[in-house]
Design a protein around this ligand. Structure first.
Ligand code: ATP
Length: 192
C-alpha cells in the first residue's frame, strides 16, 4: 500500500508550518526527508502517524502496523530493554526473540537493566528495537541514529533492513551520510 500525503497544510496558530505538502512513498520504498531545522519534518511524521491533524489535505495509505522512532527515546526508564520492547509487541514476540534482537544491536549484556542506566546510544537502540520488533509495514524514523558512532550506525541500519523486508521507510535526517546509508530517495521538505 502506498502512503499518499496530499496537499497537507498544518498551522499551530502562528502561520503555516506545512504548506501544501504532497509526497507519495511507495510500498517498500525508502524516503529520506531533509531540510533546515524547524521546517516541519517532525510535524509531517506526526501527521502521518495520526498524532497531528492537518488543517487541510489528507494522509492515506497508513498501514495497520506502524513503527515510529521518535526524536526522543520515549522509553520507560525504570523498565528493562526487554520490557520496553514487550510493551510494543505484547505477547506476539517470545522473549528469546526479543533478546535476539537486542543482541543483534549489541545490547545482550544490558537487556535486563533499567534503561535509565543505559547510555544515550544504547537507549536509542532500544527505541529502534521496540519499533522494529512490532513488525511495522511503515517505519517512521526521526533522527533515529543520533548519538550512534559510525560503525554502530551502519550496524543498526543493517539490522533495520534485515528485519523490515518489504516495509516502507520515511526517515528524517540532517546527515547526508546517514541518508546515503539508508538509501532510497532523498528529498528536501522545502521543495515539496
Ligand atoms: N505542538 C506544537 N505547537 C506549536 N508549534 C509547534 C508544535 N509542534 C511544532 N511546532 C512548530 O512547528 C515548527 C516545525 O517544527 P518541527 O519540529 O516539525 O520541525 P523540524 O523540521 O522537525 O525541526 P528539527 O529539524 O529541528 O527537528 C516549529 O516552528 C515548531 O515550533
Amino acid at each position: 500500500m502506498d502512503l499518499v500525503i496530499s496537499h497537507v497544510y498544518k498551522d499551530f496558530g502562528r502561520g503555516p508550518v506545512l504548506r501544501d505538502v504532497s509526497l507519495t512513498v511507495r510500498q517498500g520504498e525508502t524516503v529520506c526527508l531533509m531540510g533546515p531545522s524547524g521546517l516541519g519534518k517532525t510535524t509531517l511524521l506526526r501527521c502521518v502517524a495520526g498524532l497531528e491533524r492537518p488543517e487541510s489535505g489528507s494522509v492515506t495509505g497508513v498501514p495497520e502496523r506502524l513503527g515510529y522512532v521518535f526524536q526522543e527515546d520515549r522509553l520507560c526508564g525504570a523498565f528493562s530493554a526487554v520490557a520496553n520492547v514487550r510493551l510494543a509487541t505484547g505477547r506476539t514476540l517470545p522473549e528469546p526473540e526479543i533478546l535476539r534482537h537486542l543482541e543483534e544491536l549489541g545490547l545482550a549484556g544490558s537487556a535486563r537493566r533499567p534503561v535509565s542506566q543505559l547510555s544515550g546510544g544504547m537507549r536509542r537502540r532500544v527505541a529502534i528495537a521496540r519499533a522494529v520488533c512490532a513488525g511495522p509495514q511503515l517505519l517512521l524514523l526521526d533522527e533515529a541514529f543520533k548519538g550512534l558512532d559510525d560503525q554502530c550506525r551502519r550496524d543498526t541500519v543493517a539490522y533495520i533492513r534485515r528485519h523490515t523486508p518489504g516495509a516502507s521507510l520515511l526517515c528524517v535526517t540532517h546527515d547526508p551520510e546517514e541518508a546515503a546509508l539508508l538509501g532510497g530517495r532523498c528529498l528536501d521538505l522545502s521543495t515539496l
